[in-house]
Design a protein around this ligand. Structure first.
Ligand SMILES: Nc1nc2c(ncn2[C@@H]2O[C@H](COP(=O)(O)OP(=O)(O)O)[C@@H](O)[C@H]2O)c(=O)[nH]1
Ligand SMILES: [Mg+2]
Length: 266
């Protein structure tokens, strides 16, 4: 290799590095809130082996959950209701991505922090970047029961989700379908629970719930249901089922939806 060739190789790698740095700084500018808070996957604050638990020891999990669906379906309202126990007809739209934290004292040994990721304004593009989906362990897809077009769009959201994030074993992350605004007159398929059950099975949803952010119906139940699914996956992935107390037993109290409103765990 002659000297000029060596120089050109060095130059090329420098310019490549510059490009890479520029790309990373763009990412940081575009997603400042995300970058500050990663990693968002899961953490355990103490020993994972439950048999070693002291009286005051707590296991802590941080789970990233996505809330997606068509514009106006009620995603922000559901998050505000769940996290801040608050509903308003008018929210100041956040541009980009926002998230809220909900802390659950799940049982005497377990604290769960749910990081709920909301999108605002980006729904209109019909899909999200991989950065948004990265490291999510569960999702809600929301549609508006008064507008059947928002249910039609659910498939597209589910495909986008499944194509951009998977569990470490390659399977899709648990996803719960929320039929929101059930305090209003409902339109189309959602009027038949049987058809909705079939729909959820066919499209590989973990379950579905009729919800109302306005009347506070089924939101807590849907979240508990999703968290249970996430915990089950966690247990399988940690692969310590033989030594540890099974999560299925630990979390049995929260297993099924309690509300009289329609829902299905497919
Ligand atoms: N009646 C009723 N209106 C709702 C409900 N949830 C949201 N809305 C209203 O639907 C509109 C869109 O809600 P928003 O949360 O901004 O939807 P997003 O675009 O999916 O985040 C707002 O005017 C909300 O007040 C609900 O459960 N019932
Ligand atoms: Mg919104």
């Amino acid at each position: 290799m002659g000297p000029s060739l060596v120089i050109s190789v060095v130059r090329r790698s420098r310019s490549h590095l510059k490009k890479k740095l520029r790309y990373e700084s763009v990412q940081l500018r575009e997603y400042p809130r995300i970058q500050q808070n990663l990693p968002a996957r899961q953490m355990s604050s103490s020993n994972n082996n439950a048999s070693n638990f002291g009286v005051d020891e707590k296991r802590e999990h941080l789970y990233k959950i996505l809330v997606i669906g068509e514009l106006g379906a009620g995603k922000t309202s559901i998050i505000k209701r769940y996290v801040h126990q608050f509903f308003s007809q008018h929210y100041r739209a956040t541009i980009g991505v926002d998230f809220a934290l909900k802390v659950l004292n799940w049982d005497p040994h377990t604290i769960i922090r749910l990081q709920l990721w909301d999108i605002a304004g980006q729904e209109r593009f019909g899909n999200m970047t991989r950065v948004y989906y990265k490291e999510a362990v569960g999702a809600f897809i929301v549609f508006d029961v008064t507008r059947s077009a928002t249910l039609d769009a659910v498939v597209k959201w589910k495909q986008d989700l499944d194509s951009k994030v998977q569990l470490p074993d390659g399977s899709s992350i648990p996803c719960v379908l929320l039929a929101n605004k059930c305090d209003q007159q409902m339109e189309g398929l959602v009027n038949s629970s049987t058809k909705m059950d079939e729909y959820c099975k066919e499209k590989n949803f973990s379950g579905w719930f009729e919800t109302s952010a306005k009347e506070n119906i089924n939101i807590e139940e849907a979240a508990k249901f999703l968290v249970n699914k996430i915990l089950q996956n966690d247990q399988v992935m940690r692969g310590n089922g033989s030594q540890d107390q099974p999560d299925g037993e630990r979390f049995a109290l929260n297993q099924s939806p309690t509300s009289s409103k329609k829902s299905c765990s497919c």
